[in-house]
Structure formats: structure tokens, C-alpha cells
Ligand binder design. Structure first.
Ligand code: S3P
Length: 427
């Protein structure tokens, strides 16, 4: 599709779509808890709809009246063998987290997804859950989907030092540990988003977190709850960036979830000299806020170490931000970008360089030399929603020519209203 170009004066307010990570988990917790869970502000993006459908396939009754989703929880033991293989679409969160839940069932499940899922590494989940007693294997003896997971009702607890910083892997192990007999101890490589830990507590479970060490004893019975999903800071990131780089702009984003394990982008904006105001609206345990940004004079910085998992999904749009900063921005320790929906190190460098950026891809990140004007080009999202949205924000800076985006439809994975929201800012 042809992207919108050459904008100034982006002004207005956007209600940010609901958090993808929390929406997935709300269905999963609703299913494995006893009794009814109601979910408000569920993200009806393709990925979360894959999770909803997967649990219907596993025999869970889920109703959607357009406003509230009601999950009639079966508890872990009430899940039923799916009649057919479960399709996770493009969703890494669905396939990885569900593996931990399926580890404790007394049946086998086949899981498959799209072209991108077939290339995502799964050993990171398979190894620990197999160590706990499940039997999970990939296609033709590889670690790649389609996968088959055969559960066992006698899961063993695990002591596990995580080799990668990944909330998906941690969450899968926690779901298995909730069903195991005894105490599991998981040590994170770096602290990652902690929504699963929060929701275990919210659903009446017990878990102890001390720095990077997590202790959890099983088996546990969880109880249905009311979940209200906050806005997704990872979706807000696109309009935060637009407001900071498009001349004469001021954009306000309402109801953005501000869980501290997710707010690395705020630290980066402040460090780069961005003009950002935060008005907190949530509670101490459920931080949220209204964020307002203005066009700012930005400077390059180094982004590495413990902050990386706190902004891992925002790195493509942060790279665009850095193309508009004075000086060099260096992103290190982000090799995980290579195994996202696409290789995001290569995708960001290749596509933005086509538009005139000066970005060097490295083994574990990007070196971005700013500040560069951008021009028209034919670009692709590679089927990756976050690359697609980043390229649309980049196109706003293009003064003449056209920007033609291939595979724009991927954007509906996390932000179905993206183009409508953008449109509201310049009408
Ligand atoms: C997610 C964890 C992250 C993130 C993904 C969502 C989650 O993946 O990139 O978009 O909901 O747990 P990794 O666990 O692979 O880092």
C-alpha cells in the first residue's frame, strides 16, 4: 500500500490500544483458573484472537459480547484434547506460553503457525518443559514448528538458570511449574516483563520474586478474576516517536500501561533529550498514565545491558528516532532481535537505509548515524507488524516521492486501528 508522507503539525489525542501481552495472558489465566473471568479492553488484534481460538479448541467456553470477554475457566485439569492441530497464526506468545500449559495435560496437542512461526526457535521452551517430564518435539527432529506437545500429570519441578532473557520462556516455565509437584526455582538472565508473575498473584496464586530469582511451588489452584487491560506502551511507542520527530507536533496518548518492566523507551526518550510529560493515572500496583510528547531536539545515546528487555519490542521505532537525533546511537546486547517475527536487525537497517538512513547492522544491534533526511522508496514489513508501523512513521518525514509498503496487512497483529489513529492527528 502507499503510505502517508510529508506531514507536519501532528496534533491530538489517541486512546492507545490494549496491551498485547496482558490480553494473551488474560485468556490463558481465565482458562486455567476455576470459575469465571471477565476481561475488559481485550485487544482484538490477530495475535490475541489466535490465543482466544486456541483455548476454545481446548474446550474452554469463551464468550465475547463486543465489550466484555467472559472465560468460563476449566482449571488446568479441565482442558480437553483439541480435535485438530491448533493454529497460532503469527503469534510467538501464543505458541510459547501454551506449551507450558499443555505440559501438564494428559493428552497430546499439535501446534502450528504461519511462515514466520515456522522459523522461530522453540528449544528455549522445549528443553525446560521436557526436563520437567513433558514430551515436546519439533518438525522433522528440529526445534521448529509444527510442534507436538505430549503432557504429563506428573510434572517435576525445575531449577533453571535461563540462558536467554525472555518473558515468553519464563512464562511457559511458570505455567508448567504451577502444575508440577514441588518448588521450582527460575533465575532470569535479565529481568523481563513480569505480567505472568503479577497475574499469578491476581488470580490468587503464590509466587516469590527476589531480584532475578523466582520461586513457585505447585500444584496451585487459581480462581477467576476481573481483568481490565491497560493500553500497550509498545503501541504507544509509534506515536511517541511521531510526536518527537515530526515538526510542530504535540501528541497525547491516553491510558498507557507503565509497568516498570516495560518502560525502557521512556528512559531512552528522556536520555535523548525528548520533551515528554507523564501524568500518572493508575494505581501503585497497576501503573498507567497519560503521555504527552512534542517535537524535540534529540541527541544520540548508547542503549545496552539490562534496559534491553525493557524495550525489546520498541527497538525498531527507537532506531527510527535515532535517525533524527544528532550524533550516533549505538544499540548493543539485542541479538534477540534476530529471532522476532522477522530478523529485526536486518529489517530495520535494510528498509530505513533504502529511505536514506545511515544504519549499520551489527551482531547484537545497530549503529545509527544521525541526523539523516529520509526519501521515498519501496519498502517491506517482512510480515512483521512493528516493522510495518515503524516504516509508516518514517514515511511521514518524506517530503516528496512515494513510500510503497509491501505486506502492510501485518499491522493488524497488534494495532488494527493504526491508520485510523494516525489519520486523526492531521485531519
Ligand atoms: C512477550 C515477550 C517478548 C516480546 C513479545 C511479547 C510476552 O518476547 O518480544 O512481543 O508477552 O511475553 P521474548 O520473550 O521472546 O523476549
Amino acid at each position: 500500500m502507499e503510505l502517508v508522507i510529508n506531514k507536519t503539525n501532528l496534533n491530538g489525542m489517541i486512546d492507545i490500544p490494549s496491551d498485547k501481552s496482558i490480553s494473551h495472558r488474560s485468556i490463558m489465566f481465565g482458562a486455567i483458573a476455576q470459575g469465571k473471568t471477565t476481561i475488559k479492553n481485550f485487544l482484538r488484534g490477530d495475535d490475541c484472537l489466535s490465543t482466544l481460538k486456541a483455548f476454545k479448541d481446548l474446550g474452554v467456553k469463551i464468550e465475547d459480547d463486543g465489550e466484555t470477554i467472559t472465560v468460563h475457566g476449566t482449571g488446568f485439569s479441565g482442558l480437553k484434547k483439541a480435535k485438530e492441530a491448533i493454529d497460532v497464526g503469527n503469534s510467538g506468545t501464543t505458541i510459547r506460553l501454551i506449551m507450558g500449559i499443555l505440559a501438564g495435560t494428559d493428552f497430546s496437542t499439535e501446534l502450528f503457525g504461519d511462515h514466520s512461526i515456522a522459523k522461530r526457535p522453540m528449544n528455549r521452551v522445549m528443553l525446560p518443559i521436557n526436563q520437567m517430564g513433558a514430551e515436546c518435539s519439533g518438525h522433522d527432529g528440529t526445534e521448529f514448528p509444527p510442534l507436538k506437545v505430549t503432557g504429563t500429570t506428573t510434572l517435576n519441578p525445575i531449577q533453571y538458570d535461563m540462558p536467554v532473557a525472555s518473558a515468553q520462556v519464563k512464562s511457559a516455565i511458570l505455567f508448567a511449574a504451577l502444575q508440577a509437584h514441588g518448588e521450582s526455582v527460575i533465575v532470569e538472565k535479565e529481568r523481563t516483563r513480569d505480567h505472568t508473575e503479577d497475574m499469578i498473584r491476581q488470580f490468587g496464586g503464590e509466587i516469590t520474586v527476589s531480584g532475578k530469582e523466582i520461586r513457585i511451588a505447585g500444584p496451585q489452584i487459581l480462581t477467576g478474576q476481573e481483568v481490565i487491560v491497560p493500553g500497550d506502551i509498545s503501541s504507544a511507542a509509534f506515536f511517541l516517536t511521531a510526536g518527537l520527530i515530526i515538526p510542530n507536533s504535540q501528541i497525547t496518548l491516553n491510558n498507557v500501561g507503565l509497568n516498570p518492566t516495560r518502560t525502557g523507551i521512556i528512559d531512552v526518550i528522556v536520555q535523548m533529550g525528548g520533551n515528554l510529560a507523564i501524568q500518572e493515572t493508575g494505581s501503585a500496583s497497576n501503573k498507567a498514565g497519560t503521555l504527552t510528547v512534542e517535537k524535540s531536539h534529540l541527541k544520540g545515546i548508547e542503549i545496552s545491558g539490562e534496559i534491553i528487555p525493557r524495550l525489546i519490542d520498541e527497538l525498531p521505532i527507537i532506531a527510527l528516532l535515532a535517525t533524527q537525533a544528532e550524533g550516533t546511537t549505538i544499540i548493543r546486547d539485542a541479538e534477540e532481535l534476530k529471532v522476532k517475527e522477522t530478523n529485526r536487525i536486518d529489517a530495520v537497517a535494510t528498509e530505513l537505509n533504502k529511505m536514506g538512513a545511515n544504519i549499520e547492522p551489527t551482531d547484537d544491534g545497530l549503529i545509527i548515524h544521525g541526523k539523516t533526511p529520509l526519501h521515498g522508496a519501496n519498502v517491506t514489513s517482512y510480515g512483521d507488524h512493528r516493522i510495518g508501523m515503524m516504516l509508516q512513521i518514517a514515511a511521514l518525514l518524506v517530503k516528496e516521492g512515494t513510500v510503497e509498503l509491501e505486506k502492510a496487512e501485518a499491522i493488524s497483529v497488534s494495532y488494527p486501528r493504526f491508520f485510523d489513529d494516525l489519520n486523526k492527528l492531521y485531519r
